[in-house]
Design a protein around this ligand. Structure first.
Ligand code: RP5
Length: 163
């Protein structure tokens, strides 16, 4: 099936974080493509990717980046598709730099910004599923089943001391 989600990241070094988005998309049966697209190192590729995503059938873009993390915002500047930004934890500042770079978009071009690191990557995939679920009932059904299983897993093990 043609990819519905474009999963992009600024560097191969972001994969350790962004693989959690990929794994969550797979768990929900959502077709996606994955690419390294850097706002700084490959600016022309970034613009081309963002400008052509919609015509290629992509409906949501998840963009992860760290440090001076321009990728989500610059991607959003080139497309009207929803862009979900994942701040990757940086060595120097623990990802606070990434978070502020992504979340503090000036009015006019939004990026839906998630938490720093793994939680943000997982939640970006879940939020993408919610968005896609508006017109893909089978994805909404799988998202509801995922949430139900999560709830049941917590309720089944109420004692934190048990193995
Ligand atoms: C950003 O610079 C990337 O998103 C990455 O998080 C960070 C560091 O990249 P590398 O130097 O590890 O390639 O563009």
């Amino acid at each position: 099936m043609a990819p519905l989600v474009g999963l992009i990241m600024g560097s191969r070094s972001d994969w350790e974080t962004m693989r959690h988005a990929a794994e969550t998309l797979e768990a929900l049966g959502i077709p996606y493509e994955v690419r390294v697209v850097s706002a700084h190192r490959t600016p022309d590729l970034m613009a081309e990717y963002a400008k052509t995503a919609e015509e290629r059938g992509i409906q949501v873009i998840i963009a992860g980046a760290g440090g001076a993390a321009h990728l989500p915002g610059m991607t959003a500047a080139h497309t009207a598709l929803p862009v979900l930004g994942v701040p990757v934890e940086s060595r120097a500042l623990g990802g606070l730099d990434s978070l502020l770079s992504i979340v503090q978009m000036p009015a006019g071009v939004p990026v839906g910004t998630l938490a720093i690191g793994k939680a943000g990557a997982v939640n970006a995939a879940l939020l993408a599923a919610s968005i896609l679920g508006l017109k893909h009932p089978e994805i909404l059904k799988r998202l509801k089943a995922y949430r139900k299983a999560q709830t049941e897993a917590v309720l089944a093990h109420p004692d934190p001391r048990e193995e």
